[in-house]
Design a protein around this ligand. Structure first.
Ligand code: ZN
Length: 337
């Protein structure tokens, strides 16, 4: 029997081209995977400092760092201020489909929150839109804005290597870059529960979801539940973003204080004349008293006040809130190590 010979040389050529293409493709993705994040050295930085700031224990990464940056180091392996250096970790990605097609790939930037676990609960959802405000013909609903900030907060935490559980979930929305977020009622509660309309049932359901997840990951010493809402008050009354904790929870108070501090510092830096009067206080709210992890409840502003509405409708502002809260969370985590 004859072995079958390719009918025409063109097939061979095609196979070769195909192989080259595959090699090229693999080569490319390999280069991407071995890509190292770049960071700039600040004044006074040494390698230790730079590594630690990026969540990399110097003891473990010092030699790799030197090897990777050989040509850019000064005498005795000093760093030059303002020069970019490569971090000795491969670029890692996490995937979270809840963020939507465009945002589902999340680059892990450092490990500052490695080992930390978060249960993020955005207020209301499903059949309950929560508080409602208005801008012109646009209706603002609390649940949609709380959800978007919650997703952004979760993404920022993941970028620091944290593990994040989103308790309220929307299969379609993802992180949205629009001003006016369409109100829908397709949110559900982790893992696949329909959200009831009755308030007590609704809260019981999400607290139970948090407590069930809390039993997992027994080795983690830092588990935090963060609940995000938007308040509704008289339209003349603006309120800064503020915090509640359970009165008996020292750790809750500390986390809230850390976030408040970060808000204050960031407002001062970005809007020097604005001032920030967000408060931290205790309150007996179901989600604070009935959840097992340390919990903090955030109110982002008054959905009826023009200035507070700006905080919500601009996607950049929602992102800034998430980033600033994250900074506070990182500080709190680091202070407890
Ligand atoms: Zn609410």
């Amino acid at each position: 029997m004859h072995k079958k010979i390719p009918e025409s040389p063109s097939i061979l050529i095609r196979i070769t081209i195909h192989t080259i293409f595959i090699l090229f493709w693999f080569g490319n993705s390999f280069a991407q995977n071995s890509d190292h994040p770049e960071v700039k050295a600040r004044r006074g930085d040494g390698i230790y400092n730079l590594l630690e700031r990026n969540g990399l224990p110097a003891g473990e990464y010092l030699n790799k760092f030197i090897e990777l940056n050989k040509s850019k180091l000064g005498p005795n392996n000093t760093l030059y201020e303002g020069r970019s250096y490569l971090l000795p970790v491969a670029t890692l990605f996490a995937e979270e489909p809840l963020f939507g097609k465009e945002h589902e790939k999340v680059r892990i930037q450092d490990r500052k929150l490695e080992g930390a676990i978060f249960y993020l609960v955005s207020g209301h959802g499903g059949p309950d839109p929560g508080a409602m405000g208005k801008i012109g013909k646009h209706r603002l609903t609390e649940d949609e804005y709380a959800y978007d900030v919650t997703l952004r907060l979760g993404r920022a935490l993941i970028q620091h290597g944290a593990k994040v559980y989103f308790i309220i979930r929307d299969p379609k929305d993802g992180i949205r870059d629009e001003y006016y977020l369409e109100n829908r009622s397709d949110e559900y509660c982790y893992p696949h529960q329909k959200i009831p309309l009755d308030q007590n049932q609704r809260l019981r359901q999400r607290a139970a979801a948090v407590n069930e997840l809390y039993k997992r990951d027994p080795s983690s010493k830092y588990k935090r539940c963060i609940i995000i809402h938007v308040d509704a008050r008289n339209r003349h009354r603006n309120i800064d973003l503020f915090f509640y904790h359970f009165e008996k929870s020292k750790s809750g108070e500390q986390l809230a204080e850390a976030m408040r501090h970060s808000m204050k510092v960031n407002y001062k830096e970005n809007q020097p004349n604005r001032g920030y009067n967000g408060t931290v206080s205790s309150r007996r709210l179901y989600m604070l008293t009935r959840t097992n992890p340390t919990a903090v409840y955030i109110e982002m502003g008054n959905i009826n006040h023009t200035r507070d509405q700006q905080r919500l409708i601009y996607p950049d502002n929602r992102q800034a809130l998430a980033d600033w809260l994250t900074e506070g969370i990182v500080k709190d985590y680091q202070s407890r190590q």
